[in-house]
Design a protein around this ligand. Structure first.
Ligand SMILES: Nc1nc2c(c(=O)[nH]1)N[C@H]1C(S)=C(S)[C@@H](COP(=O)(O)O)O[C@H]1N2
Ligand SMILES: [Mo]
Length: 204
């Protein structure tokens, strides 16, 4: 756990500082349709039920801000942005996971997904961001909601998030099935799946 504590403001090994904020993702930018949008929490919830918030309800959840860095596995890092939104911890308080939950899958538009260990999900600085530096996210940066997991490479934070699945066993997400490391700790340069040690992730 020691290696995974937050080290805000520092460049992890092999990273370089990026000025400005590039747009990086796979596929098209989805159009936001408020009437069809929901943020669902499902899978192994404590009460066994799926819970969902519409956009108005999600926007009314407790708002917090964290200053955090974004490290892209393609080697640029953006330091010191302020992300505002709903902490993942708050989501887990409102919809508790069952006691045997070990991982979550965060789901986004078009079926994009990313798996996280529950301890990374529950870290205090993991946030479902709606704002950056006080302004609403733009469409290409994930409006209306994107996940930011400062302690992991940025692909672990889907843009255009639509839900969280609580899991009692690990499963690989979109990039984790396509050659990227299952854990993705930038401080240990866990970039690619060939670097995985036994126990880092499910068999490929
Ligand atoms: N839905 C979705 N989210 C995604 C991605 C993606 O391809 N699809 N790419 C990730 C990667 S690799 C990075 S580096 C960051 C980039 O965020 P930005 O475009 O806001 O800088 O988004 C992450 N979230
Ligand atoms: Mo990335």
């Amino acid at each position: 756990m020691g290696q995974l504590e937050s080290r805000a403001g520092e460049l992890p090994p092999g990273q370089r500082l990026q000025r400005g904020w590039p747009v990086t993702h796979y596929g098209p930018v989805p159009r936001f349709r408020p009437e069809r949008w929901e943020f669902a929490v499902f899978g192994a919830t404590a009460d066994g039920a799926k819970h969902a918030w519409n956009h108005e309800e999600f926007s009314a959840l407790p708002y917090e801000a964290v200053v955090a860095d974004l490290h892209c596995v393609t080697k640029f890092s953006m330091l010191g942005a302020e992300w505002g939104g709903v902490c993942a911890r708050t989501v887990a308080e409102l919809v508790p996971p069952a006691p045997d939950v070990t991982h979550v899958m965060v789901w986004a538009e078009y079926g994009f997904s990313s798996n996280l260990r529950i301890e990374d999900f529950l870290a205090g600085d993991t946030i479902f961001a709606t704002h950056k530096d006080g302004e609403l996210l733009t469409a290409e940066h994930g409006f209306p909601v994107r996940l930011v997991v400062p302690r992991l490479y940025a692909w672990k934070g889907p843009k255009w998030v639509r839900g969280v699945e609580y899991m009692t066993a690990d499963r690989r997400g979109f990039w984790e099935e396509r050659g990227y490391h299952n854990v993705g700790d930038p401080w240990r340069e866990q970039r690619y799946s060939y670097q995985e040690s036994p126990g880092d992730g499910p068999e490929l």
